[in-house]
Design a protein around this ligand. Structure first.
Ligand code: NAD
Length: 487
């Protein structure tokens, strides 16, 4: 069995113990991962704190930080095939997707490398004649970054990139499910030439996460995961009043009007829900469709869903792989059972296939007669689409917004005015019009409600890792008068 190590203070080490990682395609253990206990978490935070204060990092120019990030991006691009292979092996995410996504991860680091020396302060036109006042943007300090198992290299890039560009140091806790790509990434990061302790990578479960987020030397917690875990994160970080950014789940509406380009809409919906085997926070998991075209659209979706190539995640021909964990599959099965009991109708899928691994077929549930079915309100994090029909635009908007989440949304229509009305009306951090699931380092990403707060990507994400210092400089040579002379 392969064995992986933590990366703390520029050194590779074993955790307090090891745990076995499972290959989701076979259900068998394939590698040993280090488990971080409170001691390793503390060592990692102390290392990050020392590095934050060290002259090697704190006096490094922003331009030089950018150069190191550019070097890191090049190393990621060179090693992308190996990283993709490991992510596929350890999480079951298909190789087609990991290869494309990890090559693009390098672009995120390049974006923040270029931004490092463009994080500017400001000069204020202050209302006092003998003062100069300006703002310095300074790094917040040690950042605790926590990521879930899906797309860990991507989800960590949108934290590590802006945090290091801003001059922070980072302790990243990889998920206990599928941590191999992050631990391998540590070996690549080590070659980029950053001072020791600037980035530390550990793995472990809720105990390690709780120790990290409640550590008094952590200034900011950047968390991606489920809303339930986020509540623990906020409670623990509140102990030290650390700031938080939360990227959580979604139950995103995919709205199709009867005037839409239906060929494109069908393809975008298939990719929107079945890509990444549905294990995507922005999955278009609620189809909200005009009743005028519902039956024919569902028939086309059903055909496409049944033609999807399900298979080994390391095969380039595979379109849908296994779910990452058995827990995920049990969750999907139970939610389907409850939804059917509430009146949802299975159009296709819904049944666990025979054989090894954690596979689950593309599934479509018609919930038009079951508005209270839990599949409409609870995230599956699997390839399951729930469908509701509408008659009017107002109804479509009401259904789209009938959720506690607010991450992503999609609208398919050729009517420009209607598109604008929908853009205004939808409560979500992202609206895709006549497209779905497009991302870029240049565009902010995030949501509100149960989908969290804060944004990743774009310039603002780097500013969020800074704090503003107001500097007052008195320019007058006149002596400061004695304040008590009138007494
Ligand atoms: P999860 O919330 O169970 O775990 C996420 C991370 O939190 C893991 O590293 C886990 O070890 C850690 N953790 C667990 N308990 C903790 C605690 N008490 N304190 C601190 N950390 C703790 O999520 P998951 O099941 O691994 O991932 C799926 C969820 O992530 C879904 O809800 C999905 O929508 C969400 N997600 C969101 C985005 C986004 O950008 N909005 C992206 C991907 C995934």
């Amino acid at each position: 069995m392969q064995s992986f190590q933590h990366y703390i203070d520029g050194t590779f080490s074993d955790g307090r113990s090891q745990f076995e990682s499972t290959d989701p395609a076979t259900g068998q253990s394939w590698a040993l991962m280090p488990d971080a206990g409170p001691e390793e978490v503390n060592q990692a935070v102390e290392a990050a704190h020392r590095a934050f204060l060290s002259p090697e990092w704190s006096s490094m120019t922003a331009t030089q930080r950018g150069k190191l990030l550019f070097r890191l991006a090049d190393l990621i691009a060179e090693n992308a095939p190996r990283l993709a292979e490991l992510e596929t092996r350890d999480t079951g995410k298909i190789i087609r997707e990991t290869s494309a996504q990890i090559a693009y991860v390098a672009e995120y680091y390049r974006y923040y490398a270029g931004l490092a020396d463009k994080i500017e302060g400001a000069h204020l036109p202050i209302d006092k004649p003998d003062m100069e006042v300006w703002l310095r943007r300074e790094p917040v300090g040690v950042v605790a970054a926590i990521v879930p198992w899906n797309s860990q290299l991507f989800l960590s890039a949108v934290k590590i990139g802006p945090a290091l560009a801003a001059g922070c140091t980072v302790v990243l806790k990889a998920s206990e499910d599928g941590p191999a790509p992050m631990l391998e990434f540590a070996r690549i990061f080590d070659q980029a030439g950053f001072p020791a302790g600037v980035l530390n990578i550990i793995t472990g479960g809720p105990e390690a996460g709780a120790t990290l987020t409640s550590h008094p030397k952590v200034a900011h917690v950047a968390f991606t995961g489920g809303p339930g875990t986020a509540r623990h994160v906020v409670r623990n970080s509140a102990e030290n009043l650390a700031s938080t950014s939360l990227e959580l789940g979604g139950k995103s509406p995919f709205i199709v009007f009867d005037d839409a380009d239906l060929d494109s809409a069908v393809n975008a919906q298939v990719a929107g829900i079945f890509a990444a085997t549905g294990q995507s926070c922005v999955a278009g998991s609620r189809l909200v469709i005009s009743n005028a075209i519902k039956d024919s659209f569902l028939e086309r979706l059903k055909q496409k869903a049944e033609a999807v190539v399900i298979g080994a995640p390391d095969d380039m021909a595979t379109e849908v792989g296994p779910l990452c964990t058995l827990r995920q599959r049990d969750h999907a099965l139970s939610l389907i059972e409850q939804s059917v009991a509430a009146g949802a109708k299975v159009i296709t899928g819904g049944v666990k296939p025979d054989g090894e691994g954690f596979f689950f077929p593309p599934t479509i549930l018609d919930c038009s007669a079951a508005p209270d079915a839990p599949c409409l309100s609870t995230e599956f994090f699997g390839p399951v689409l729930s469908v509701t029909g509408f008659d009017t635009e107002a109804e479509a908007l009401a259904i789209a917004n009938d959720t506690q989440f607010g991450l992503a949304s999609g609208v398919f229509t050729r009517d420009l005015s209607r598109a604008h009305r929908m853009i205004r009306g939808i409560r979500a951090g992202i609206v895709w019009v006549n497209t779905y699931r497009a991302v870029s380092p240049i565009a902010p990403f995030g949501g509100h409600g149960l989908s969290g707060h804060g944004r990743e990507g774009g310039i603002q994400a780097a500013l969020d890792y800074t704090t503003v210092k107001a500097v007052w400089l008195r320019t007058s040579d006149d002596p400061i008068p004695d304040p008590f002379v009138m007494r």
